[in-house]
Design a protein around this ligand. Structure first.
Ligand code: FE2
Length: 283
């Protein structure tokens, strides 16, 4: 069994902007995100997918505190990061219907070799899920809402599955059973809220990628004195439960109040490592 220390091989945050004292509070809420690099050791990852780099951009919250220019700068930042694929994990838009156009203007043209994919979050649903889905497409991001795609490399399959938000209403809602459509693949589930991790894992997700918490947004400590503790124990960073893994991004934007304390904005570069390869190298 891998220890937690080995699973999280490194986690560093290199800021694109100054994250000194001004990194806390109002200033950091309106700053460009830092880049957090994390390596995840995953026992079930096929050797041929060893080294896959996923750039996660979560909780942009296009709106009063996230203008198109700032989003365009995040897009320019992403273009310089050598990711194989990019995922948006929900809350692309914040509070007004016009934020959909706003988001599309900011991120239009974003690209990655294996595609740019996205799911919706609770804010996207509060405004209008159709409009939010349009915003993804208009920016060139392919919605993965209760569906999955299979990527092939040297005979091994990797399934990227997205589920709808846990707070979706009407006839919508997350369908974790989609994961069962890919029995022979390594399965990654995009699920906005980390509270969905147990359901995703039970349905067969090897790795679940979430946002939603904003790292607590007001966090006096990483995981205890943290505002996100009211809704989930999975606040930020990597988690492991037996052979199921979760990664939670602190995200880029802010919700109701434009304040981040102890939870600076970030985008996340996840490098997936196959432990089979690691073991061979160590032998
Ligand atoms: Fe959010």
């Amino acid at each position: 069994m891998l220890t937690r220390r080995r699973f999280i091989r490194n986690a560093t945050l290199s800021a694109a902007s100054s994250l000194g004292f001004a990194g806390y509070g109002f200033a950091s809420a309106l700053d460009l995100p830092g880049l957090r690099r994390v390596t995840l050791d995953l026992p079930a990852l096929p050797q041929s997918w060893d080294g896959l780099r996923i750039l996660q951009i979560s909780d942009v919250h296009a709106g009063p505190y996230m203008d198109s220019e700032r989003m365009a700068r995040v897009r320019e930042m992403a273009a310089k990061i050598p990711a194989d694929l990019i995922v948006f994990t929900g809350d692309q838009i914040d509070r007004r219907p016009s934020d959909a156009e706003h988001f599309a203007r900011g991120f239009r043209g974003i690209e990655a070799p294996l595609g740019v994919w996205g799911v919706l979050g609770n804010h996207d649903h509060f405004i209008d899920p159709q409009r939010s889905e349009w915003a993804l497409r208009a920016a060139g991001i392919q919605p993965l809402i209760n569906r999955g795609v299979v990527l092939e490399r040297e005979g091994s399959s990797l399934a990227l599955v997205g589920v709808d938000d846990l707070q979706a209403v009407d006839d919508r809602g997350p369908d974790f059973s989609i994961l069962g459509q890919f029995p022979s693949a390594f399965r990654i589930c995009l699920c906005h809220q980390p509270q969905g991790w147990h359901r995703a894992a039970a349905a067969g997700a090897h790795l679940t990628v979430s946002g939603h918490t904003h790292g607590g947004q007001i966090a006096l400590t990483n995981r205890n004195l943290n505002a996100a503790r009211f809704s989930t124990r999975y606040i930020a960073g990597p988690y492991r439960r037996e052979n199921a893994f979760l990664y939670v991004s602190r995200g880029v934007g802010v919700g109701a109040i434009p304040v981040r304390v102890g939870a600076p904005p970030e985008i996340d570069l996840l490098t997936l490592r196959s432990t089979t390869v690691s073991a061979q190298v160590a032998a």
